[in-house]
Write a protein that binds this ligand. Structure first.
Ligand SMILES: C[S@@+](CC[C@H](N)C(=O)[O-])C[C@H]1O[C@@H](n2cnc3c(N)ncnc32)[C@H](O)[C@@H]1O
Length: 264
C-alpha cells in the first residue's frame, strides 16, 4: 500500500476556538441539539453510515467496548447501537456538561453499561488498546492539531479495530456554518492523509446519507494495524532464542560418580 507522505494544507485558521468558547457554544445549544439532528435527518443518516460499514462492525457484541469522542447528546453512539441491533459498553467524552446530561438520558437504557466523562478528547482518560471501536462525529473540525487528536484515538483502539467518523465537508455551506459553530471543513483526500498520518490502514473517506449529510458531511474509516504487536512477538521470540543460545556455553558441568558429567 502506498502511503502519502504529505498532508494537504488545512484551512488557514489563525483563531482556533478555545475549549471555553466551544463549551459555552455547545452548552447553550444542548437542549435543542437532538431534535435538530432528527429534523435534519442526521439521526437516520448516521444509522445508514454504520449499516454501510457492517463488515467492520461484525465483531461487536454485548461485551464490546465502544468509545464516542465528542459524544454530544449521544446521537452517533445511538445510531451505532441501533445498526448492530444489540447493546454494548459505551464510553463517551465531551467538554460540555449539558450535552453529557442529555446523552445520559438518551443512551442509558440502550447500553450494557454507560460511562460518560467530562473531559478533553485530546487527552483521553483510558488505557492503551481499550476499545473495540472508536467513533467520532463533528468534533475533529474543532481541533487545532487533528493528527495529534487522531493519534490519541488510535492509542486507545485495540489492534485490528476500526475508527469511524463523520466530519463537515469543506465548502460554502461549511464556511457559513463556521460563523456560528467555529468549525472547519475537510476534503476527502485531506481526511485520508490525516488518518494515515495517525497510523491507520485501510483508510477510506466517502459520502453518506440521503439529505443534509449527503451535502454537508463526509464519513471516514480506518483500521488500527495489528502488525506492530506481531512484530514485537516475533522479536521477543527470537530474542528469547538468542538468550538461550548465549546461555548454553556458560553452563558448568561436574563429574558424576560413574565418570560421566551433568549440568550444575
Ligand atoms: C458538533 S457537536 C457533535 C456532537 C455529537 N457527536 C453529534 O454528532 O451529535 C461537537 C461536540 O464536541 C464537543 N467537543 C468539542 N471540542 C471538544 C474537546 N476538545 N473534547 C471533548 N469534546 C469536545 C462539543 O462539546 C460538542 O458536544
Amino acid at each position: 500500500m502506498l502511503l502519502k507522505t504529505t498532508i494537504p494544507p488545512l484551512d488557514c485558521w489563525r483563531t482556533a476556538p478555545t475549549i471555553d468558547t466551544l463549551r459555552s457554544i455547545y452548552d447553550s445549544s444542548a437542549h435543542q441539539w437532538h431534535n435538530n439532528l432528527a429534523r435534519l435527518g442526521q439521526l437516520h443518516d448516521y444509522q445508514l453510515l454504520f449499516e454501510s460499514q457492517a463488515a467492520h462492525l461484525s465483531h461487536l457484541d454485548q461485551t464490546s467496548q465502544i468509545l464516542d469522542c465528542g459524544v454530544g447528546t449521544g446521537a452517533f453512539s445511538l445510531a451505532l447501537l441501533e445498526s448492530v441491533d444489540q447493546p454494548a459498553h459505551v464510553s463517551g467524552v465531551d467538554i460540555s456538561p449539558t450535552m453529557l446530561t442529555h446523552a445520559q438520558q438518551i443512551l442509558e437504557n440502550r447500553c450494557t453499561t454507560l460511562d460518560l466523562r467530562w473531559g478533553d478528547i485530546r487527552h483521553l482518560p483510558f488505557a492503551d488498546e481499550s476499545f473495540d471501536a472508536v467513533i467520532f462525529a463533528h468534533v475533529l473540525e474543532h481541533m487545532a492539531d487533528p493528527i495529534e487528536t487522531l493519534r490519541e484515538f488510535v492509542r486507545v483502539l485495540k489492534p485490528g479495530a476500526p475508527l469511524i467518523g463523520s466530519v463537515t465537508r469543506k465548502g460554502l455551506g461549511q464556511v457559513l456554518m463556521s460563523l456560528r459553530w467555529r468549525n472547519r471543513g475537510y476534503a476527502p483526500n485531506q481526511l485520508d492523509s490525516l488518518l494515515q498520518a495517525a497510523g491507520l490502514e485501510a483508510v477510506r473517506s466517502f459520502d453518506y446519507g440521503t439529505g443534509w449529510s449527503k451535502w454537508m458531511c463526509i464519513a471516514t474509516i480506518g483500521v488500527k494495524p495489528i502488525y506492530k504487536r506481531l512484530e514485537f512477538k516475533v522479536y521477543a521470540h527470537s530474542l528469547g532464542a538468542q538468550l538461550k543460545w548465549k546461555d548454553s556455553p556458560t553452563k558448568q558441568l561436574r563429574q558424576t560418580p560413574t565418570g560421566g558429567t551433568d549440568e550444575l
